[in-house]
Design a protein around this ligand. Structure first.
Ligand code: FAD
Length: 389
């Protein structure tokens, strides 16, 4: 007989959630407007997050980490993004760079690059990393990558350009995918860890993005960079598989961050609807506004459940690719809709930077683009549906 579905959080899950919420309310939210308007990297916030234990949470205990489960990870992600998804993305991008390395199980590289990220600060700041796969001519279509690595004795010589890389300007190392055998297609791609300080690595200027402006997005160029063979992640030819499988780990958290943004917008809009009066009553008394708020609340709950399902399946060792894409597509689109509706509920005030919802609307848009666009998620869902026949 089924034991039923238990949606009660464990004590540890509840602790993570509360710790992240407190941090978001007390540290992230007060700092967010400054970093949104200046684009300045939120080093102070990240350092405090590191000290609180809210960064790099998935690193295994064996390597000094907390070994947080996927469910624990998404609970944290929702709260951080509720505080500010730009700062949340800056913090969580480390997890995206680490995920393929953890998937590879390459203990040498986990020990060399991931373990120090939980062990120590460097110059008083967290050690950062970036996932560098996208290129100027290859985003959704990863097979169009132009970056190549050629074997040279015990080394590889890496050449190419990466674009739209979160944390590129602050990262100490990059997870990079390059072709090592173009004729072999996907199986001809190999992943490397490349250090920022190596000769031939250069980083472009900060992109002036629409939203999540506290996050750092830049291009990275590799020009005859000598990469030791020991920095191949997993094995030669595993690059595409590692880069894609990492998303099964990270998409539930990104989706959960979209829920956090939507929840923040909903809370502001609900509160505002009780304050703003038109035609002699608070606008919350108008059924059109009530229905908008009801719709928001309903979709936030639905989105959160999709995130929980995608994460719980991964924790249970089950294939979660389709569920992760469902969560990603649903929550990204839902966050865009809800933040737009929140601006609508605020009326003209919603359009002003004096009020919080215009930032949330700008921040929400990227969820439909990064870690695979909403269209790509639907392609993955359809592919998985037909696989299951
Ligand atoms: C702020 C930001 C941060 C990012 N961070 C990172 C990062 O850290 N690391 C990294 O590697 N990348 C990162 N990216 C890149 C991001 O993942 C890509 O932008 C995204 O995958 C889309 O690729 P593209 O921009 O080349 O768009 P394209 O692939 O050119 O797509 C353009 C449009 O066409 C649609 N489309 C494409 N193919 C199809 C199809 N077959 N069917 C239907 N529609 C299709 C897309 O959905 C999209 O709407 C980031 C991007 C941004 C903007």
């Amino acid at each position: 007989m089924s034991e039923g579905i238990n949606l009660q959080l464990s004590e540890r899950e509840q602790e993570f959630k509360e710790m992240a919420h407190e941090f978001a309310a007390e540290v992230i939210r007060p700092a967010a407007p400054h970093h949104d308007s200046t684009g300045e990297y939120a080093w102070d916030v990240l350092t405090q997050a590191w000290e609180t234990g809210l960064m790099n949470v998935h690193i295994p205990e064996k390597f000094g980490g907390l070994e947080a489960s996927h469910v624990e990870g998404i609970l944290i992600a929702e709260e951080l993004a509720w505080g500010c998804s730009g700062i949340g993305t800056a913090m969580e991008a480390n997890g995206l760079a680490q995920a393929p390395v953890l998937v590879s199980g390459d203990e040498f590289l986990i020990g060399k690059y991931l373990a120090p990220q939980v062990a120590e600060l460097k110059n008083g700041r967290p050690i950062m990393a970036a996932y560098a796969v996208t290129e100027p001519g290859a985003g959704s279509d990863v097979s169009s990558l132009q970056t190549i690595a050629v074997r040279d004795g015990d080394n590889w010589i890496l050449n190419g350009n990466k674009m739209w890389i979160t944390n590129a300007g602050v990262a100490d190392w990059y997870f990079v995918v390059a072709y090592t055998d173009k004729a072999a297609g996907y199986k001809g791609m190999t992943a490397f860890i490349v250090e920022r300080d190596w000769a031939g690595v250069s980083v472009g200027g900060k992109e002036h993005n629409m939203g999540q402006r506290a996050s750092d997005t830049r291009s990275v160029t590799f020009e005859n960079v000598v990469v030791p063979h020991e920095n191949v992640v997993g094995e030669v030819g595993m690059g595409w598989m590692l880069a894609m499988n990492a998303f099964d780990h990270t998409r539930p958290a990104v989706s959960s961050a979209a829920v956090g943004v939507a929840r923040a917008a909903f809370e502001y809009a609900k509160e505002y609807s009780t304050q703003r009066r038109t035609f002699g009553v608070p606008i919350a008394k108008h059924q059109a506004i009530q229905f908008k708020l009801a719709e928001m609340a309903m979709n936030i709950e639905a989105g959160r459940l999709l995130c929980w399902q995608a994460a719980a399946k991964k924790d249970a060792g089950l294939q979660n690719t389709m569920y992760a894409s469902m969560a990603k597509a649903f929550c990204a689109d839902m966050a865009m809709q809800i933040t737009t509706d929140a601006v609508q509920i605020y009326g003209g005030y919603g359009y002003s930077q004096e009020y919080p919802v215009e930032k949330l609307m700008r921040d929400a848009k990227i969820f439909q683009i990064y870690e695979g666009t909403s269209q790509i998620q639907r392609m993955i869902i359809a592919r998985e549906l037909f696989k299951q026949r």
